[in-house]
Ligand binder design. Structure first.
Ligand SMILES: C[S@@+](CC[C@H](N)C(=O)[O-])C[C@H]1O[C@@H](n2cnc3c(N)ncnc32)[C@H](O)[C@@H]1O
Length: 317
C-alpha cells in the first residue's frame, strides 16, 4: 500500500479519475443548505438582487456558484432576470443544464457564491510538525518534516495542537476565488472554527468521511466524501472582509421562520401548507445548533457590502 500526504491522497480520492465527486451526486450523501430547502435559493436570489442594484444593473450580471454540485442552487433560483448569466463552477461533468458549466472560476461582475466548497478543498495534516501520510484504507503513518509554509500556518492559526489540519490550501483557494471578482460580492458558506475554538490543544480533529448520509471512517479509495471543518478566520485574513453567522445573514435577507396563522389552514389549506413548508425550511437554515451556526465569509469588491448590517461575530465550530 502506498501512503501519501493527506492533501495528495484527498485530491485523488475526491477528484481523481474515479474520484468520489466525479462519480457521486453530493445531495445523495449529505444535506446542505442548498439541498435542504428552496428557502436558501430564495435568499441567495435576494442577495444577488442587492449586488445587482449596487452595480447599477450590468448586462450581463454574473451569478457564479462555485462547487455547484449538480447545479441545484442555480436551478432553484426564483425570478431570474434574462440579463443575469448563471455559471456553475464544478469539477464534476456538466449534467446538461441551461447554465454555463465550467471547471475554472471565470472573471465576473456580480455575485460569487460557494456553499460547502472550502471544506472539500484538500488539506495537509501535521503531527508534531511532520506530515501525516495516509493509505487508501485510512491507515496513517508519520512522514517527513513539513514544509515551512505549513509550519508557519500551524504556528499562526493552530498553535496549541499536536495534530493540525492545515487550512493554507483553503486560504489560497478562497483568495483566488475573490480575485476573480472584478466588482461585486464574494460569499463562501461553510462549517468551521476560529482560533478560540482551536485553543483547547488537541481539539477533536474534524477530518471525516460521509457516505449515504452518515459519518464514516475516512477511506481514501473514492468510496466516501472527505471533509474537514474550515479555519474560517484564516480564510478571512487571506482576503479581508467579514465573517458572520448564517442565521444573522439570512435574517437580514428576509428569511423568517414564523409559522403561518392557524386560521389560514381553513381558509386556504394549500397556501397554509406552502407557508408552513417555507417556515420549516427557514427554521432549519436558522437553527443555531445546525445550519444557522455556519460561517459566511463575505468580501465586497468595488461596492459597499450589502450585508454590512449583519452583526459580525465569529461562528463557533
Ligand atoms: C460538498 S459539495 C457542495 C455542493 C453544493 N454547493 C451544495 O451546497 O449542495 C462540494 C462540491 O464542490 C465541488 N468542488 C470541489 N472543489 C472544486 C473546485 N476546485 N472547482 C469546482 N468545484 C469544486 C465538488 O465537486 C462538489 O460537487
Amino acid at each position: 500500500m502506498t501512503a501519501l500526504p493527506w492533501r495528495t491522497a484527498m485530491e485523488r480520492a475526491l477528484y481523481g479519475p474515479d474520484g468520489f465527486y466525479l462519480r457521486e451526486t453530493p445531495g445523495r450523501h449529505f444535506r446542505t443548505s442548498v439541498s435542504a430547502t428552496p428557502v436558501y435559493a430564495a435568499a441567495v436570489r435576494e442577495l444577488a438582487g442587492r449586488v445587482d442594484e449596487a452595480l447599477g444593473g450590468p448586462d450581463p450580471f454574473d451569478l457564479v456558484d462555485v462547487g455547484a454540485g449538480r447545479g441545484e442552487l442555480l436551478q432553484a433560483l426564483p425570478d431570474v432576470p434574462p440579463r443575469w448569466r448563471l455559471t456553475a463552477v464544478e469539477r464534476a461533468p456538466d449534467p446538461g443544464l441551461p447554465v454555463r458549466w465550467t471547471a475554472e472560476i471565470p472573471q465576473l461582475d456580480g455575485l460569487l457564491h460557494a456553499n460547502e466548497w472550502l471544506d472539500v478543498v484538500p488539506l495537509d495534516v501535521l503531527f508534531d510538525g511532520r506530515l501525516v501520510e495516509v493509505e487508501p484504507d485510512g491507515t496513517e503513518r508519520l512522514g517527513g518534516a513539513a514544509p515551512t509554509p505549513l509550519l508557519d500556518w500551524a504556528a499562526r492559526w493552530w498553535p496549541q495542537g499536536r495534530r493540525v489540519e492545515v487550512g493554507l490550501a483553503r486560504d489560497q483557494a478562497w483568495a483566488a476565488a475573490v480575485g476573480r471578482v472584478r466588482r461585486g460580492l464574494a460569499v463562501a458558506v461553510d462549517y468551521g472554527h476560529v482560533l478560540g475554538d482551536r485553543s483547547d490543544g488537541d481539539r477533536r480533529p474534524t477530518l471525516t468521511g460521509y457516505r449515504d448520509g452518515r459519518p464514516v471512517h475516512p477511506r481514501l479509495d473514492g468510496s466516501s466524501d472527505l471533509t474537514a471543518h474550515v479555519a474560517l478566520d484564516a480564510c478571512r485574513a487571506a482576503t479581508g472582509g467579514r465573517l458572520v453567522r448564517q442565521r444573522d445573514a439570512l435574517r437580514t435577507l428576509g428569511v423568517d421562520a414564523t409559522p403561518p396563522d392557524r386560521a389560514l389552514a381553513a381558509a386556504d389549506p394549500r397556501g397554509y401548507l406552502t407557508r408552513l413548508q417555507t417556515a420549516n425550511g427557514a427554521a432549519e437554515l436558522l437553527d443555531r445548533r445546525g445550519l444557522g451556526s455556519y460561517g459566511w465569509l463575505v468580501r465586497a469588491v468595488g461596492i459597499a457590502d450589502p450585508l454590512a448590517d449583519v452583526p459580525g461575530d465569529p461562528p463557533a465550530g
